[in-house]
Write a protein that binds this ligand. Structure first.
Ligand code: PLP
Length: 396
C-alpha cells in the first residue's frame, strides 16, 4: 500500500506538536520549572453550571427504556437548530440551513469533500492552519498556487482585494485566530462583493464571534447584504460555552448559494453530511440547547467577560512594556510584535527566561514572523503569574 502522496506534502512540523516537543526538551533540562501555557487556544474555565443539568438529564434518559434514543437526525436536532437561528441569526437564516456537527475543525475537513480537489483557494496569512492542511490532504492541485492574503498591522489585518486574482474558495476568519482582528461592516462588504464579482464561495469562520465586544462590529457574515448568495458560515460552541471537549458546532449553508451550474450547495452539503457523519452526540446537543436558554446565554456572556478581562490584563502588560500589541478586544488572542525578529527564537526566549509558553507567529504563516500569539483562555491566577513574570524579565 503506497502512502497517500498528498500527506507527504504537508508541512511536517505541525505547530502544536512542535511546541509540545520543545516543551518536553525544556522540561527534561529543567524538571522543576513551573511552566505557564498561554499557547494552545483551549478553554480552561468550567462549563457554566446552568448547562450541566441538561447534560446529566440527557445522560440519565439514555439509561431508561422510555428516554433512550439512538442515532439522531444527521443534520442535528430541530430544536437546537431553531435556537441557533433565534439567538444568533434572527431573520438571516432558516433552521433548515443549519447543520449541527462535532466541531468546526471537522466541518472544515468535510468541506473539502464538497469543494473537491480542483478548487483554487485563498487564505489569510497568518491563518488558522487547518484550511491549508485539509486542502493539501485532499490533493488540491492548485495548492501550490494557494493565494496568501497578507494581513499585518499596516493594512489593519485586512487584504487589498483589488490585488487578488479570482479564486473559487476564500477562507476568512473573523474575529481572527491568530491576530485577534475583527472585521468591520465595510470590510465584510468588500469580501461579499469580491465573492459576488468572481462567483467565489466565501467560507466565513466565526468560531470566535461570541467574543466580539464592540457593538459596531458585525457578528455574522449574514449581517452583510448579499452574503446569503456567496457565504457559508461556521460557528462553534467550543469557545463560547467551553465545549472544546464536549464537541458541538454548526455550519450554515443558505439555499441561495449555488455552484456555477446553478446546483444548490445546500443539497450537496446535506448529502455529504449524511454520508460522512452520523449526527452530533445527543448529549452534546442537549448541552447546546441549554446553552442557548436565557440562563445559558447570560452565563456564556460572563465566561466571555472573564476571558476578555484576562486579555485586557495581558494587553496592558505588553503595552506597559513597550510592545506593539494587537487583538485582545474582540478576540481572546493577543498578537504581539516581539523585538526578536525570529518567532521561534522569541518563543525560546520566553520559555527560557519566564517559563512561559506561547505560540510563534510564523507557525501561522510567514506573515506571522516576528509575532507571538498569546491566548487569554487561562485561569486568572495563571494570567496574573504570567504578568508578573513578564514584568520581571523586563526590568524598567
Ligand atoms: N476555527 C478556528 C479559527 C479555530 O481557532 C478553531 C479552534 O481553535 C476551530 C475553528 C475549531 O473549533 P472546534 O472546536 O469547533 O472544532
Amino acid at each position: 500500500m503506497k502512502r497517500n502522496p498528498h500527506l507527504a506534502k504537508l508541512n511536517s512540523h505541525y505547530l502544536f506538536p512542535e511546541i509540545a516537543k520543545r516543551k518536553q526538551v525544556f522540561l527534561a533540562k529543567n524538571p522543576s520549572a513551573k511552566l505557564i501555557s498561554l499557547g494552545i487556544g483551549d478553554t480552561t474555565e468550567p462549563i457554566p453550571s446552568s448547562i450541566i443539568p441538561a447534560l446529566m438529564q440527557r445522560a440519565q434518559q439514555l439509561g431508561t427504556k422510555e428516554g433512550y434514543s439512538g442515532y439522531g437526525p444527521e443534520q442535528g436536532e430541530q430544536l437546537l437548530r431553531e435556537h441557533i437561528v433565534q439567538q444568533l441569526y434572527p431573520n438571516w437564516v432558516e433552521a433548515e440551513e443549519v447543520f449541527i456537527s462535532d466541531g468546526s475543525k471537522c466541518d472544515i475537513g468535510r468541506l473539502q469533500i464538497l469543494f473537491g480537489n480542483q478548487a483554487s483557494v485563498a487564505v489569510q496569512n497568518p491563518t488558522y492552519p487547518v484550511y491549508v492542511d485539509t486542502s493539501v490532504i485532499v490533493g488540491q492541485t492548485h495548492s501550490k498556487e494557494l493565494i496568501h492574503l497578507t494581513c499585518h498591522p499596516e493594512n489593519q489585518f485586512f487584504p487589498d482585494l483589488n490585488q487578488i486574482p479570482p479564486v473559487d474558495i476564500l477562507y476568512f476568519c473573523s474575529p481572527n485566530n491568530p491576530t485577534g482582528a475583527a472585521a468591520s461592516y465595510d470590510q465584510l462588504t468588500q469580501l461579499v462583493n469580491f465573492a459576488k464579482q468572481h462567483r467565489s464561495i466565501l467560507v466565513y469562520d466565526a468560531a470566535y464571534a461570541w467574543y466580539i465586544q464592540e457593538p459596531h462590529l458585525p457578528r455574522s457574515i449574514y449581517a452583510i447584504k448579499g452574503a446569503r448568495e456567496v457565504a457559508i458560515e461556521l460557528g462553534s460552541f467550543s469557545k463560547m460555552a467551553g465545549f472544546t471537549g464536549v464537541r458541538l458546532a454548526w455550519s450554515i449553508v443558505p439555499k441561495e448559494l449555488t455552484f456555477e451550474d446553478g446546483h444548490p450547495l445546500h443539497q450537496d452539503w446535506k448529502r455529504i453530511h449524511s454520508t460522512f457523519f452520523n449526527g452530533a452526540s445527543n448529549l452534546a446537543q442537549a448541552g447546546g440547547l441549554a446553552a442557548l436558554q436565557p440562563a445559558g446565554i447570560q452565563a456564556m456572556h460572563e465566561l466571555k467577560t472573564f476571558y476578555m478581562e484576562n486579555a485586557q490584563l495581558l494587553k496592558t502588560t505588553f503595552q506597559e512594556l513597550g510592545y506593539s500589541v494587537y487583538g485582545g478586544i474582540n478576540a481572546p488572542y493577543l498578537w504581539v510584535k516581539f523585538p526578536i525578529e525570529n518567532s521561534w527564537e522569541a518563543f525560546e526566549f520566553l520559555l527560557e527566561k519566564a517559563h512561559i509558553i506561547c505560540t510563534p507567529g510564523s507557525g501561522f504563516g510567514e506573515a506571522g514572523e516576528g509575532f507571538l500569539r498569546f491566548s487569554a483562555f487561562g485561569h486568572r491566577t495563571t494570567i496574573q503569574e504570567a504578568v508578573s513574570r513578564l514584568h520581571a524579565i523586563h526590568p524598567t
